[in-house]
Design a protein around this ligand. Structure first.
Ligand code: BG6
Length: 476
């Protein structure tokens, strides 16, 4: 065995979220959330009616059933323990705790559910990393208050956070704020429940709502530090990087500018202030923020303890060819000729991960946790009831090697959670068609199927990576 190993303190894990895995949308006293309105299929991003409270139709809404992590969490976690995971990232569904968002009292059944899940994780020796809002907000807050547009939502969010921090003190040591909030730029409703389809100035409304969200976020950080000083909290941004297509200075600068717009979301949570370049950006986009007395101090005094990020792909900026985006971050119409792509057109770029980890560390000097990385494919069980997913093995091997190199570069990376260690509903496709798991879950988009779990080839491979602390990555 070679001596290329990850540090002993490095955590190997897996990540899911409530919206895509839990299901049970109408069980245990849970209220509706924005995610329950998301229809199946690509291209349904603007197809929603916030007053739709029809709970009968689950066929068009795959997220409502998920893969029933709600009912079957013990089986899934047992399988993850077999896989050897050291940590497990998941999210709490806000509307399971406060079904309407503005309720006086929390829903005890929801609180008890997560007690049981965290107890099980701790019993199995998997460190919980818990996201407070992974693309979710109670629907009632959107209907009644227009979501984050209304400052009162700050208080509702703070109350939710204080409730879960007090309840799970000692059980959860790592918290994560909002999942990939930079996706608000592309999908305001799905990222944070912001409906600006009829807005006269969408940029104004988006950044005003974000201002409220950042203040709420800082108050939640303050709350955690008061309630459980031993626990840590980090942010979460999709950092799939953007290169210039050529060395044309116009393209180089624009790629840099685009990357910096993405880092704005980290600046706000890690540095606690509006970065200097946003002044011009706001002027040019007719954004005039209403900032109340004390807001800037709250932001400045309450910043994250660590940074987390998702990384799936990289993009290139080519003049005249706009960047598009999906839940993996920005994608370019122009293709990088040096890279290959997945079935979904996401360009595979392990070196980009090393690049971005170095860039993040240089900017923020905070420990980094890779909260998502992985590859989703259309998969079917073969005659041996497995999937020979060599492409997944290659993808992870190369990305983990890049992480290893970044650690050698001096970057403080303390963990990695593979996205979707068992198949769950894909966010962008809104469907079970796109699968990421080491474990095949026999459900389709309608929740039909045996629900049985089948290990893919990558299962034993990843387990061996964890067992050898990464040394096996450099051998087979
Ligand atoms: C990230 C999200 O955008 O990427 C996850 O945080 C999502 O929720 C993941 O599932 C992969 O994207 P997709 O669309 O392939 O599921």
């Amino acid at each position: 065995m070679n001596n290329q190993r990850f540090p002993d303190s490095f955590l190997f894990g897996g990540a899911i979220c409530a919206m895509q895995a839990e299901g049970g949308f109408d069980q245990g006293g849970r209220g509706l959330s924005n995610g329950d309105l998301r229809k199946k299929g690509l291209g349904t991003f603007n197809d929603f009616d916030i007053n739709n409270e029809d709970r009968e139709n689950t066929d068009d809404y795959s997220f409502r059933k998920g893969v029933n992590f709600y009912g079957r969490y013990k089986e899934y976690l047992a399988e993850m323990h077999e896989l050897g995971l050291q940590c497990f990232r998941m999210s709490i569904s806000w509307s399971r705790i406060f079904p309407n968002g503005d309720d006086e009292e929390p829903n005890e059944e929801g609180l008890k559910y997560y007690d049981d899940v965290f107890d099980e994780l701790n019993r199995l020796g998997m460190e919980p990393f818990v996201t407070l809002s992974h693309f979710e907000i109670p629907l009632h807050l959107v209907q009644k208050y227009n979501g984050w547009m209304d400052r009162r939502v700050i208080g509702f969010y703070e109350k939710y956070c204080r409730t879960v921090f007090e309840r799970y003190k000692g059980k959860v040591r790592y918290w994560i704020t909002f999942n990939e909030i930079n996706n608000v730029v592309s999908f305001p409703f799905w990222a944070i429940g912001l409906d600006i389809r009829d807005s006269k100035n969408p940029m104004q409304d988006m950044y005003q709502a974000l201002h409220h969200l950042f203040v709420a976020n800082a108050l939640s950080i303050k709350a955690l530090h008061e309630i459980d000083p031993a626990a840590k909290i980090g942010d979460m941004t999709s950092v799939s990087t953007i290169y210039a297509y050529s060395c044309n200075p116009d393209e180089v600068f624009e790629a840099f500018r685009q990357r910096r717009l993405k880092y704005f979301f980290i600046d706000m949570q890690a540095k606690g202030e509006y970065p200097y370049q946003m002044k011009r950006f706001f002027e040019e986009n007719n954004v005039e923020l209403k900032i109340e007395d004390g807001d800037l101090e709250i932001l400045k005094n309450n910043t994250v303890d660590y940074i987390t990020c998702s990384y799936y792909q990289s993009a290139v900026y080519k003049e005249g060819e706009a960047l598009t985006s999906d839940t993996g971050g920005f994608r370019s119409k122009a293709k990088n000729p040096y890279l290959t792509a997945t079935q979904w057109g996401w360009q595979i770029d392990p070196k980009g991960l090393r690049f971005v980890l170095n860039e993040l560390y240089e900017r923020y000097h905070l420990p980094i946790f890779i909260s998502e990385n992985g590859v989703g494919m259309i998969e079917k069980l073969d005659e041996n009831n497995t999937v020979i997913d060599d492409y997944r093995i290659e993808y992870i091997r190369n990305h983990l090697k890049a992480v290893y190199e970044a650690i050698r570069d001096g970057v403080d990376v303390f963990g990695y959670t593979y996205w979707g260690p068992f198949d769950i509903v894909a966010a962008s496709a809104g469907s079970m068609e796109k699968r990421y798991g080491f474990v095949f879950v026999d459900y389709d988009d309608y929740g039909n199927g045996s629900g049985k779990l089948f290990r893919k080839k990558s299962f034993d491979w990843y387990r061996h990576v964890i067992d050898t602390r990464g040394a096996s990555l450099f051998e087979d």
